[in-house]
Design a protein around this ligand. Structure first.
Ligand SMILES: [Zn+2]
Length: 176
């Protein structure tokens, strides 16, 4: 880690929290206004110079948008972020039970990619290991589970048409 970042981190954290608190009533566009953010942070880092100052301020600016989007995702019901078919919902649910026990966990999306279940989420470092294990388990189960109905299935197709389906739902359409 850059030494300056280690030194400035406590102040950055405090200021980001302060910015978020003082702009809580603004709409998102205003809150994320680039100039507004920059002008808020710049005066607090007069003790730094040139590129270092600009870099630290840009880290604060990015952290604000990261947290604003985290809050937005946390406020969106998980169901609205799930785009795979019903057969995989039990796999997503099992993952979410583990995920929501971890600090800072936010589901970003759950959907099908290349025939398998792709889970996107954010979590504090302390819970990452548990999330990754649950994510892997869900993925492994997904490529053996029909995405449509949840019956045992297998990966069909070789190229752009990859889907994990049971014999009934594959209906020869995807067979290789
Ligand atoms: Zn099926």
């Amino acid at each position: 880690m850059q030494p300056v970042l280690a030194v400035e981190r406590p102040l950055m954290k405090t200021l980001v929290a302060e910015y978020l608190a003082t702009t809580a009533d603004l709409d998102r566009k205003e809150r994320l206004n680039q100039d507004r953010r920059k002008q808020f942070f710049l005066p607090h880092f007069q003790h730094l110079t040139g590129i270092t100052r600009a870099w630290i301020v840009s880290q604060c600016v990015m952290e604000v948008s990261r947290q604003v989007y985290d809050q937005l995702e946390a406020a969106t019901p998980d169901a609205d972020k799930i785009s795979c078919d019903d057969g995989w919902l039990p796999l997503v649910d099992r993952f979410l039970i583990v995920g929501h026990k971890q600090p800072g966990f936010v589901l970003k999306s759950a959907g099908e990619k290349w025939g398998g279940l792709e889970l996107r989420y954010r979590c504090d470092p302390v819970g990452l290991e548990a999330c990754r294990a649950a994510e892997k388990e869900a993925f492994v189960a997904s490529i053996e589970t029909c995405e449509k109905c949840g019956a045992p299935g297998r990966l069909r197709g070789k190229t752009q048409w990859r889907k994990t389906l049971c014999d009934v739902h594959a209906d020869n359409r995807y067979d290789d």
